[in-house]
Design a binder for this molecule. Structure first.
Ligand SMILES: Nc1nc2c(ncn2[C@@H]2O[C@H](COP(=O)(O)OP(=O)(O)OP(=O)(O)O)[C@@H](O)[C@H]2O)c(=O)[nH]1
Length: 405
């Protein structure tokens, strides 16, 4: 599931890891060079000392803060040497103060020299904005290619940037681990918007609970109703089906077939009847027969989307459903995200059932819908069988996207 996106996320992790490794190597070389320079100058100083006591320098002159360079970088580099070579405490404190001042001036360019120097002294690598620039750009392209909605991609990037920049790699052992944590948090943040516990809500609600399904034709709405009926039966809830799609020829027969297969009651009216009246009858039937849940189908397409939306509005007025679930297919990518927003604007959707997650989809819809609508994905359709429906757990999806296999 969502293999393309999984590969792209894995590439981002490898890119950042490579960048960090290159940086570690470069800083190793820098360290070796500066150590060599330090021992050269120590040797030179001791030579000078033994050659002429008159030319011996004062402690102040030796202090790194008094180097003739006015360049902040040079000053801080000297501090690195002081820190790593563990020289006299007073010199070190003095030079640290100077470096802090320099550090403050240098804030805009990253975590600052002092922090870097301190991390560097203990073998840590700090991830900076410039290290992430290329990998983040590639990640943004990868997310957009995977049909992740633009504002969602930006939010993910922002969180990754926030979580990684200025972080020392050693705190989490490896760069890979740091990237994984940042990506994990960024993805969970956008995917889990609006999540609520469907089963708890169902358990606590007065019965019968009425659930209305909306969405365009062909995305798996009717099949999802049948699947959910079976899902509920597995958890001890009885349900009745009500066909509010009075517009499409053959809709009654289609739902009747599922009802027969599952041995459920179907409430239906003639084609052209009032959908709100059908679902209302479903509720009455449930009340009379002590049925826990009414699952109401609706038309996916009318003459105009205005007709469709006003029909939904009427169902809401007449039946006041406990939940309205928007159904769309994962393979529809950005189209599904756009439709989710349109339906939510018109009918106030409570959550989404994302079907065909088993098909080779980009993953963009699964990542974007909750963030864009503010309503959670509640179920994933994972095949054509009645049992092929799973509660949507954001953490599980993210683990799967970031998993090894
Ligand atoms: N692979 C796969 N196929 C699915 C899934 N859900 C539904 N389908 C198939 O998608 C097709 C359309 O499903 P329907 O339930 O008829 O779709 P609908 O939205 O009710 O469409 P209309 O009946 O035209 O209103 C059917 O062949 C289903 O078997 C799913 O999760 N995975």
């Amino acid at each position: 599931m969502f293999d393309g996106l999984k590969d792209k996320l894995s590439k981002f992790r490898n890119d950042v890891e490579e960048t960090a490794e290159e940086k570690a190597e470069a800083e190793d070389v820098e360290e070796t060079d500066s150590e060599a320079a330090a021992s050269d100058s120590e040797a030179a100083a001791s030579n000078a000392e033994s050659a002429s006591p008159d030319t011996q320098s004062t402690p102040e002159q030796e202090s790194p803060t008094d180097t003739s360079s006015t360049d902040g970088t040079a000053t801080a580099e000297t501090t690195e040497q002081v820190d790593t070579t563990d020289s006299g405490a007073s010199d070190s404190t003095e030079s640290t103060e100077t470096a802090e001042e320099t550090d403050d001036e240098d804030e805009s360019s990253g975590p600052g020299r002092l922090k870097r120097a301190a991390a560097f002294a203990t073998g840590k690598i700090i991830i900076e904005e410039e290290d992430l620039e290329d990998p983040l750009w590639e990640l943004e392209m990868a997310l957009l290619e995977s049909d992740v909605e633009m504002s969602v991609a930006e939010e993910i990037l922002e969180t990754v940037r926030e979580k990684m920049i200025g972080e020392t790699r050693k705190q989490v052992d490896t760069t890979a681990e740091l990237v994984e944590l940042a990506l994990h948090d960024a993805l969970v943040d956008v995917i889990s918007v609006g999540q609520f516990d469907f089963e708890k809500r169902l358990a606590e609600a007065d019965k019968p609970v009425t659930i209305v399904f909306t969405g365009v034709n062909g995305v798996g709405k009717t099949t999802s109703i049948a699947k959910l009926s079976e899902y509920l039966a597995d958890r001890g809830y009885s349900s009745v089906l009500a066909n509010g799609d009075t517009y499409r020829a053959g809709a009654n027969e289609q739902l009747q077939k599922h009802a027969d297969n599952l041995d459920r009651k179907l409430i239906s009216h003639e084609q052209g009847g009032d959908p709100a009246a059908v679902i209302y009858d479903g509720v009455e039937y449930a009340e009379a027969h002590d049925i826990d849940v009414v699952l109401g189908d609706t038309a996916g397409r009318l003459h105009t989307s205005d007709d469709l939306m006003s029909q939904l509005a009427k169902i809401h007025r007449v039946v006041d459903p406990d939940l309205t679930l928007f159904v769309d297919e994962a393979v529809a990518g950005q189209d599904a995200v756009m439709r989710a927003q349109e339906f939510d604007d018109a009918a106030t959707v409570d959550g989404t059932v994302l079907t065909k997650a088993d098909a080779d989809s980009s993953g963009g819809a699964a990542i974007s819908i909750s963030y864009v609508t503010g309503k959670p994905i509640l179920f994933l359709g994972t095949g054509q069988g009645y049992d092929d429906i799973e509660p949507f757990v954001p953490e599980e999806l993210v683990d799967q996207l970031l998993g090894e296999e």
